[in-house]
Structures are given as C-alpha cells and as structure tokens.
Design a protein around this ligand. Structure first.
Ligand SMILES: N[C@@H](CCC(=O)N[C@@H](CS)C(=O)NCC(=O)O)C(=O)O
Length: 209
C-alpha cells in the first residue's frame, strides 16, 4: 500500500498516474498548497523541501518526481511502463527521463515560482525563460518527427506520461505545447488513456485544449 501526498495538477500527477497505470493499492492525501500546508512542520518531516509529491513506500517517505517514476516502474515491471534494463530502448528511456528532469521540469519550476531565484521583474524573467521551455518542446517534437506514436517508438511508456504532464503545465503560456502538432498528437494519445481520465476525475481537473 502506497500513500501519495498530492496537490491537484501538480508534479504529483506523475506518480498518481503511474499508480493508476500499475493498479497498485494506494491512498491519497491531499496537501493544500494554496494555504501553505506543504511548509507545515508535519509535512516537512516527510519532505524537507516542502513540495509535492511525497510517496510513502514501505513506510518511508520518498520524493523527487522523476525518481518516483523510475522507482514505480522498477517495482511494477508487470505494468511494462519502462523498457527492461537489457531492452534496446532502455538507453533512450533513461535519456528521455533525465532530459525532462534536468531541463523542462526545472524551467517550469522557475516559470511558476520566479521567487525561487529572487526574480523581481516577473514579466522580464518569464520572457527570458520562455524560449528555454519552447526549445524543449522543439526537441520533444523532433523525437516524434519520424512518425512514431510515442517518444520511445511504437511502445507507450512512463516517459509519455511525464512529457504530457509537463505539456499540460504550458496550457496558459503564450505558445502552449499543443501548438506543436506532433506534441498535441502525443498528448491526445495519453489523454485518451483510462489512467489520465481517472486522474482528472479524482483530482477534479479540467482538460486543456
Ligand atoms: N523537484 C521536485 C519539485 C516538486 C515541485 O516543485 N512541486 C511543486 C508543485 S508542481 C510544489 O510542491 N510547490 C509548492 C511550493 O513550492 O511551495 C520534484 O521533482 O518532485
């Protein structure tokens, strides 16, 4: 039994989707980030960085979204959400996860929390950051340019869930990810999955165009 500390639409979407995909037993604990519950003494004991997600695994609090992706894929090989360690697509899978973890997700963190780096002129800061995010979308779209349906090829993986969650975060940006036709096509495939639809129902989200 896992326990996921989450906030609707936040990075916790990814472990939540993975739990739904694997069918693993789990309970959800909502963290009210709007009121600052993530900085309460009780929550900081679980996650000293004061962010969601936190996933309780075998009684231990675990954090960092991409690490939870790798951990859940490893613990539930039967769900086939990642290529096996000796599969030819494994290197591309690891590269893809680390690319998102090191580039796009941190850029979004700055987009939503410019105060992390003490940015005072938010508009100017975001204008500078926007090309960094759009370059990541260019790179993701280039990976789909050979007509493959998913980032690893014919096969759906946890990488597609990670990319689609991040694409969703661009929905209010001047040029959302869905303006890249290949990215929209990928997002549409992922959004059609039962796990995505179930998560929307549970987290109370509304779909983006
Ligand atoms: N590096 C962390 C970042 C998580 C993160 O930034 N979570 C955001 C929501 S998407 C959060 O909890 N924000 C509340 C806050 O920073 O106060 C991860 O990958 O899990």
């Amino acid at each position: 039994m896992y326990t996921l500390y989450y906030s609707p639409g936040a990075a916790s979407m990814l472990p939540h989707l993975l739990l739904l995909e694997t069918g693993a037993a789990h309970e959800l604990k909502r963290v009210d980030t709007a009121s600052g519950e993530q900085r309460s003494a009780e929550y900081l004991k679980l996650n000293p960085n004061g962010v969601v997600p936190t996933l309780i695994v075998d009684g231990h609090p675990r954090a960092e979204t991409p690490a939870l992706l790798l951990l859940l894929c490893e613990r539930h090989p039967e769900a086939a959400l990642a290529p096996a360690t000796d599969a030819p697509e494994r290197a591309a899978f690891l590269q893809g996860v680390l690319f998102l973890a090191n580039t796009l997700q941190p850029a979004f963190r700055l987009w939503f929390y410019p105060s992390d780096v003490g940015a005072t002129d938010e508009a100017a800061f975001k204008a500078g950051l926007r090309p960094r995010i759009e370059r990541c979308f260019d790179q993701l779209a280039a990976q789909l340019a050979d007509g493959r349906p998913y980032l690893l090829g014919e096969r759906f993986s946890a990488l597609d869930l990670y990319a689609t969650m991040l694409m969703r975060w661009s929905r209010n940006m001047p040029k959302p990810a869905t303006e890249w036709p290949l990215l929209k096509a990928l997002a549409d495939r992922v959004r059609a999955r039962p796990s995505w639809q179930k998560l929307y129902e549970i987290e109370g989200l509304t779909e983006w165009v």
